[in-house]
Design a protein around this ligand. Structure first.
Ligand code: KG4
Ligand code: ZN
Length: 354
């Protein structure tokens, strides 16, 4: 691999179009030159969730203007790009095809190689873009809208799955519970905001698999428990959950968040004990949750475990993490970019099969 490279990264797996330019210089940790993001959240809010066809169409509209924005902000031109990386999966097939198609078209036009990246590897390596980057090896808690996994990470591309959800992801538990409480999509930030005014011990909600002894998660029962509880409370006053008194809704939100956070914290600590590692990296959208951060910080401080997070704005989907993961893979010699522009995408793609 050449010593110095500029890697353009394109993320389009779900409802955020992200583009970024990362620079590799020798063996030093790659650095972010510029990034730009367009979130489609407002568009999907009207439907209560992501509409895949609308997401794909919007990625088409956004990706080239965002690329121009990144190049302008970094003072570079397309001719300065050495490698074009894109999210190959997992994600929405149509949305992924937009990023892959644009990346391969750019690569072909510029005669530069392309590299298809794993979205979760992007999340996993995103804390390396922070001011306090981790060192290998570490335990990673990957908590996004579609995934909840604990991984042992020994280096770039060296990932061992320790445990994962057997049904809903943590982000999904936030989103689905929020919807039941009448909150808008995406539910995670909305539910945690509502929870600030509530009592986390007000309702006894299940902590699925808390004492299972393994590192797997299950969140689908929690959503059902929230629904049963909310309907029971609402039944006495016409059955409309969102019309419950504000304090009741806040208590339900706080109790839901507390249940999710307790399981995530407990399992992360168990993973650290089982692996004997003393470093934890949290990544993915739910990693932005304040209660999760506070409780992990407190628990890890007690055990002299260092905990690392991505910058808040890089917790949710973005192009920087894709450009960074590609840069780190190329630098580590894990992968080479190729000038084969016939692309495919992998809507389902387990990270440990990478
Ligand atoms: O990583 P991400 O942006 O997309 C996926 O790859 O899925 O994660 C999105 C998920 C959503 O479920 C969203 O509700 C959740 O992250 N999320 C949060 C917070 N911010 C985003 N969940 C809890 N608290 C937050 N502050
Ligand atoms: Zn994501």
């Amino acid at each position: 691999m050449e010593k110095n490279l500029k890697v353009l990264g394109i993320e389009s797996s779900c409802d955020e179009t992200g583009v970024a330019l990362v620079q590799v210089q020798g063996r030093a940790l790659p650095t972010l030159l510029a990034d730009a993001l367009y979130s489609q959240i407002e568009m999907h809010q009207a439907y209560g969730g992501v509409v895949p066809e609308l997401a794909s169409r919007d990625h088409i509209r956004r990706v080239l203007p965002l690329t121009e924005q990144v190049l302008a902000a970094s003072g570079q031109t397309l001719a300065d790009v050495d490698v074009v990386a894109f999210t190959r999966g997992p994600g929405l097939a149509g949305a992924l095809l937009v990023g892959a198609g644009v990346a391969c078209a750019l690569g072909a036009a510029l005669n530069k190689p392309v590299l298809g990246m794993h979205h979760l590897e992007g999340h996993l390596l995103s804390p390396f873009l922070s001011a306090d980057p981790p060192e290998f090896p570490f335990v990673a808690l990957l908590v996004s809208g579609g995934h909840t996994q604990l991984m042992r990470v020994d280096g770039v591309g060296r990932y061992t799955l320790l445990g994962e959800t057997i049904d809903d992801a943590a982000g999904e538990a936030f989103d689905k519970s929020a919807k039941l409480l009448g909150l808008s999509y995406p539910g995670g930030p909305a539910l945690s905001k509502l929870a600030e005014a509530g009592d986390p011990t007000a309702f006894k909600l299940p902590r699925p698999l808390l004492h299972s002894g393994n590192l797997d998660f299950s969140f689908s029962g929690l959503k059902t428990a929230v629904m049963v509880q909310a309907k029971k409370l609402a039944a006495v006053q016409g059955g409309v959950v969102s019309a419950l008194p504000a304090i009741v809704l806040a208590n339900l939100a706080a109790s839901t968040q507390a249940a999710i956070v307790e399981v995530l914290v407990k399992k992360s600590l168990t993973a650290l004990t089982q692996t004997g590692l003393n470093r934890l990296v949290v990544a993915g959208g739910v990693g932005a949750n304040r209660m999760l951060r506070e409780q992990l910080n407190a628990a890890c401080a007690k055990r002299r475990v260092r905990v690392h997070y991505p910058e808040l704005h890089l917790c949710t989907d973005n192009g920087a993490m894709i450009a960074m993961a590609a840069a780190m893979r190329l630098q580590a010699g894990q992968q080479t970019a190729s000038k084969v522009y016939a692309f495919d995408v992998k809507p389902r793609w387990p990270l440990d099969l990478l």
